[in-house]
Design a protein around this ligand. Structure first.
Ligand SMILES: Cc1cc2nc3c(=O)[nH]c(=O)nc-3n(C[C@H](O)[C@H](O)[C@H](O)COP(=O)(O)O)c2cc1C
Length: 583
């Protein structure tokens, strides 16, 4: 600060001196500038001026300098075009009361906010390595972009990963690899229970609503899904016209029952039936929770409810709309299953599933008990990991709530196997699936198929700017700002979605073939190995205790399930007995 002041003094005094040599009356300017300079130099010599004092003195010297100079050379008045706005900005900074940095460091304090603003970009472009970016490292983002664009996606010179680092994972290959061409990357959902079962790809677009994403983003995803023959989950914001481009839809229903709600916000069977009957809707998903913010309801503020959103979601204009944390259509495990069956009937026999991030194990086991007792069950369960993404969530919910995918998925798989239900219910896993290995790994751990949200966003141009909660997404993906969404050209980006999906499936099939397997469903936990210390590795069936079919139904319960299973009851999400701790 003080250095700036001294420099300014030197510049102004030397300019005036030079002018005075040509035009002596300029010496009179020293009558004003001279004392100001002396005061400021005295202040600096006394141990420094505060930034506010520096600003005021600098502004006074600069204004006087411009005025004095313009007596000699009238065009110098133009100097006010630069000095004027800077002085006004500094005065505004000192006047405002909200930001201490701006008050204490007028003008210069803005540099701090500017640097804060561009910090993610600096981090991403100049600092992060290929393997350490978060949530998705550069290497993973790059492979999504390359596959989406259909350009070279090979890696030169070998891996950059430390294969001796704890946590490093790989798939064991075979000495008798199989050609991947013949593999079928699809699964049947609802084959036994539904009039209209669905043949799903093993990779589909995870739930993201119109509102969280732009209309152009939703259209690109849907057309991409149509061309690639995979499914597009609507997210809980209901089915918008942007979703109706011909792609298969999974209609997600959250606690706000958007698109199928009464005026009071309850589930409306008639409206549900009408929408679910559309041919585009292939499956229905009840959203219980998502990994990034499990147990968090939401408020859709009146200001964000445009006439289009009001019409799509079936909510009033001009009022805040509350999504409660829990469903009102059911309140017990049996109630959930009855709701599943009701939706299946109302939709004309389409597969119905539910999505959750695992929390209390006992509650999920209560649902398993309800299935065993009643014979009712969903056609699929989607397990979301705590590492999952969101448009916006409180930091505590994103960082500290919800079971990560490995534990959540293997627990749900185990519970269904143990309850003798696994062959009736398909499992879809989501949580940072971006590559072929990502897909293979989740299937090996227990999933039948995967959902991807953020990598699909990347395929349409998301650069991980992490501005989904601000309406300022620079690439027009997670914003409703028309000047930004204009940058996202549907005809171009939709092709990228199709290519990204196809290339990722291809990569997964090649890995499966290299492991000597003939289809994704042959994958088992022991195919994936993890380094657990510098000298030890374990495959996943050594790390996780996989249950035998029906293990929860016999008299001898597996130790790690005993307490939770015994305290679970099909009639309530509450615990049976008096201990909740381990459940
Ligand atoms: C912008 C955005 C919006 C989302 N909206 C929903 C939603 O409406 N319903 C839901 O169940 N999950 C929602 N999610 C979570 C994703 O569907 C998915 O479960 C999660 O991001 C994990 O997948 P990923 O790691 O592939 O992103 C959203 C995620 C993002 C990034």
């Amino acid at each position: 600060m003080n250095a700036i002041l001294i420099t300014l003094n030197i510049i102004v005094l030397s300019c005036l001196g030079a002018l005075a040599l040509k035009w002596p009356p300029a010496l009179f300017a020293f009558l004003v500038v001279g004392p100001l300079s002396l005061i400021s130099i005295w202040g600096v010599s006394k141990g420094g001026l505060s930034a506010r004092q520096v600003f005021i003195t600098t502004a006074a010297i600069a204004i006087t300098g411009v005025v004095a100079a313009s007596y000699i050379w009238p065009a110098a008045y133009y100097g006010f075009l630069i000095v004027g706005p800077i002085v006004l900005l500094g005065l505004a900074d000192m006047w405002q009361t909200k930001r201490a940095i701006r008050r204490n460091f007028p003008v210069i304090g803005h540099v701090r906010y500017f640097l804060e603003e561009i910090r993610p970009e600096i981090q991403q472009y100049f600092i992060e390595s290929n393997t350490d970016g978060k949530p998705f490292p550069r290497e993973e983002r790059a492979v999504v972009y390359q596959r989406a664009k259909g350009v070279r996606d090979t890696l030169p010179f070998g891996t950059q990963h430390d294969v001796y680092a704890e946590g490093y994972e790989w798939i064991n290959h075979s000495m008798a690899p199989v050609k991947p061409e013949e593999m079928n990357p699809r699964i049947q959902i609802g084959a036994e229970t539904c009039k209209k079962p669905y043949s799903a790809s093993i990779l589909n677009i995870s739930a993201m609503s119109f509102g969280a994403l732009s209309g152009n983003a939703i259209e690109s995803l849907n057309i991409g899904a149509r061309e690639g023959g995979f499914a597009h989950n609507t997210g809980e914001g209901s089915i918008s016209p942007h979703h109706l481009q011909g792609g298969d839809l999974i209609w997600q229903i959250g606690t706000g029952y958007f698109g199928c709600r009464t005026e009071a916000g309850q589930f409306d069977p008639e409206r549900f039936g009408e929408k679910a009957a559309q041919d585009a809707v292939k499956m229905i998903e009840i959203k219980i929770s998502q990994g990034a913010k499990p147990g968090h309801g939401g408020i859709l503020p009146a200001a964000k409810i445009t006439p289009e959103i009001a019409q799509i979601r079936g909510v009033p204009l001009g009022e805040d709309v509350v999504s409660p944390p829990a469903h009102t259509a059911f309140s017990t495990p049996i109630g959930l299953l009855e709701f599943v069956v009701r939706l299946r009937e109302l939709s004309g026999g389409k597969p119905v599933g539910f999505k959750l991030c695992v929390g209390k194990r006992r509650e999920f086991l209560a649902v398993c008990k309800a299935m065993v007792e009643t014979g009712m069950h969903p056609d699929y369960i989607a397990v979301d990991g705590g590492e999952g993404g969101t448009g916006a969530a409180p930091i505590e919910f994103s960082n500290s709530l919800g079971c990560p995918l490995v534990e959540g998925l293997t627990f749900v798989h185990n519970a269904l196997v143990g309850a003798g239900l696994r062959d009736k219910i398909k499992l879809i896993a989501s949580g940072k699936v971006a590559s072929g290995f990502g897909l293979v790994r989740r299937i090996a751990l227990g999933a039948d198929a995967c959902y991807a949200a953020r990598s699909m966003m990347m395929s349409i141009g998301c650069i991980q700017a992490r501005k989904c909660n601000s309406n300022d997404c620079p690439v027009g993906v997670a914003t409703q700002n028309p000047t930004l969404t204009a940058g996202l050209v549907v005809s171009e980006k939709s092709q990228r979605v199709t290519r990204y999906h196809a290339e990722t499936i291809n990569a997964a099939m090649e890995l499966i073939g290299a492991a000597g397997l003939t289809c994704p469903s042959d994958l088992r936990p022991w195919h994936i190995v993890r380094r657990v210390s510098a000298l030890e590795t374990r495959h996943f069936s050594e790390i996780i205790n996989y249950l035998e079919p029906g293990a929860l139904l016999g008299p001898e319960l597996p130790k790690n399930f005993e307490r939770a299973w015994n305290s679970a009851t099909s009639s309530s999400f509450q615990h049976l007995g008096d201990h909740d701790a381990q459940a």
